[in-house]
Design a protein around this ligand. Structure first.
Ligand SMILES: [Zn+2]
Ligand SMILES: [Zn+2]
Length: 279
């Protein structure tokens, strides 16, 4: 299995590589900039070099980027839409420069304009980005969401529709977050629930699109549409789902990333819980 965690880049992007290898990660996820600010200071060429060297010397596979939290590529507000696209474009181009191929993003919110409007807006945003960004090897991964407020992406059909409305369907992948899909109403508490959920995913989106997992247990309730992560095995999803995913032969090469709370102190614990669930 390919198991890892979202890790800090404090002190420079290259530090993420050490943070990952210290935890014996096979893969990591990072932010390329402060996720709570629109403006990102691009890394110096020295930092870029350090990152590329550190990664090439480390025993570490995929590095995945997560988009900033402010992003809303579905926004009906022109100013927010423009800022979201600009930030996404900069992150795509930096990912390309760093040799990173996956950029995970939440789908944003329609803010009352309706789901059909929001999905079309998203599809248009990605087409704009594919046509105006020099990042041919970077694949955006649409992340399943819990569906708080008017957030899109709480059902598999939303992801399918964005991809099918795009002029460039081959450029998309999907990231499945266990906490989010559970809160959105896809049960995973028993093996047969997992089977049903992945069958639905396969029928609606296609498992070949599934390029990464976020493995998070849920503090939120089933169908609550609330996004609150919990330590593995301690939330409302429970260990069965994680054992199912980790041992499913369809996912042996798919990166598994934890985004569980208290990363400094608890990542090692959550990773070891997952390693024990691997048969
Ligand atoms: Zn996630
Ligand atoms: Zn979440």
């Amino acid at each position: 299995m390919v198991l890892g965690a979202h890790v800090s880049t404090a002190g420079g992007l290259h530090n993420a590589i050490k943070n990952g290898t210290d935890l014996q990660c096979d893969t990591i996820q990072i932010f390329l900039r402060n996720p709570n600010q629109w403006q990102g200071k691009p890394p110096t060429s020295e930092i870029v070099e350090k990152f590329i060297t550190a990664w090439s010397e480390a025993d570490l596979g995929e590095v995945i980027v997560h988009d900033i939290h402010l992003s809303n590529l579905a926004s009906p507000k022109p100013e927010v839409l423009e800022k979201s696209r600009q930030a996404f474009r900069e992150q795509m181009e930096l990912a390309q420069l760093l040799g990173i191929r996956y950029l995970v993003t939440h789908l944003g919110a329609h803010l009352g304009e309706g789901e059909i409007f929001g999905l079309k807006q998203l599809s248009n945003s990605f087409d704009f980005l594919f046509e105006n960004t020099e990042a041919p090897d970077v694949m955006p991964l649409l992340e399943t969401t819990a569906g708080q407020g008017t957030n899109l992406g709480y059902c598999f059909e939303h992801l399918r529709d964005i991809i099918s409305m795009s002029k460039y369907p081959e450029r998309f992948g999907v990231c499945l977050d266990t906490c989010h899909v559970f809160a959105a109403g896809y049960d995973m508490r028993t093996e047969s629930d997992c089977e049903a959920t992945f069958n639905q995913f396969d029928n609606i989106i296609g498992l070949e699109r599934l390029k990464a997992f976020h493995l998070n247990d849920a503090k939120s309730e089933y169908q609550s549409r609330v996004d609150r992560h919990e330590h593995i095995g301690e939330g409302n999803i429970g260990a069965t789902a994680f054992a199912y995913i980790l041992n499913d032969s369809r996912f042996t090469e798919t990166p598994f990333i934890i985004e569980t709370p208290q990363m400094k102190t608890m990542h090692a614990v959550n990773l070891s819980t997952l390693r024990e669930l691997k048969a």
